[in-house]
Design a protein around this ligand. Structure first.
Ligand code: BMP
Length: 210
């Protein structure tokens, strides 16, 4: 695993296992982490988490949103695969979040405090401050904030405390790597712009120089 400093999280939403493993081997050392989401886990099975763990830290984007008992059952399933972190929704409240924090694998928890899609502006994003407060009190490692909404991102960064802000919405969703960093984002989650790029590694290295 890399000691190289990178703040890029490659969101490899790929459903063909061989392609995913090959690309992870190619870029795993050059990014902070690889994030996988439901499409990959449904297509390849949960063991893909530990298989990819050979190449990078793995962030499991499950966006968990359930009652504590179910949250616990989900965590038991992924604890065996030893991901670096898991992404959860925060709106389900303190009891569900506490169950996540108590997981036995020492898995870090990243909470969704706002989203990058326009629909999130109606219900979720107006509540970012309360969600961040809950995440902070629970001891979350990080929060998700939109890398394509610099105004919201800078508001979030003022109240994030010690948590890291993970920013999707870069590239395909209109956000800019530098713009999101200058607005207080810590880690840039980038999917299609990496895995649809003809030269993903070159793209990553150039981005950091941009
Ligand atoms: P892309 O760069 O291809 O748009 O991928 C972004 C990734 O981040 C996807 O896995 C998506 O599910 C996730 N994501 C997002 O786009 N916006 C959010 O607010 C939260 C996310 O987890």
């Amino acid at each position: 695993m890399t000691d190289r400093t990178s703040n890029i999280v490659a969101s490899l939403d790929i459903v063909e296992e061989k392609r995913l493993l090959d690309l992870s081997q190619e870029i795993g050392d050059s990014v902070f982490a690889i994030k996988i989401n439901w499409p990959t886990i449904l297509a390849c099975g949960k063991q893909i988490i530990s298989k990819l763990g050979k190449y990078s830290r793995i962030i499991c984007d499950l966006k968990i949103a359930d009652v504590p008992n179910t949250v616990n059952l989900i965590m038991k399933q992924i604890e065996t695969e030893k991901p670096y972190a898991v992404i959860t929704h925060l709106f389900t409240g303190e009891d569900s979040l506490k169950t996540l924090m108590d997981n036995e694998g020492g898995i870090r928890v990243i909470g969704v405090a706002s989203m990058s899609n326009s629909g999130a502006k109606k219900y979720l994003n107006p509540n970012y401050a309360s969600l961040i407060k809950d995440a902070n009190s629970a001891g979350c490692y990080g929060i998700v904030g939109p890398g394509n909404d610099y105004k919201l991102l800078s508001e979030m960064s003022k109240i994030k405390g010690n948590m890291k802000i993970f920013c999707p919405g870069i590239g395909a969703q209109g956000g800019n790597y530098r713009g999101a960093m200058n607005s207080g984002g810590d880690y840039m989650i980038i999917g299609r712009s990496i895995y649809e790029n003809p030269s993903p590694l070159k793209y990553i290295l150039n981005l950091e120089k941009s």
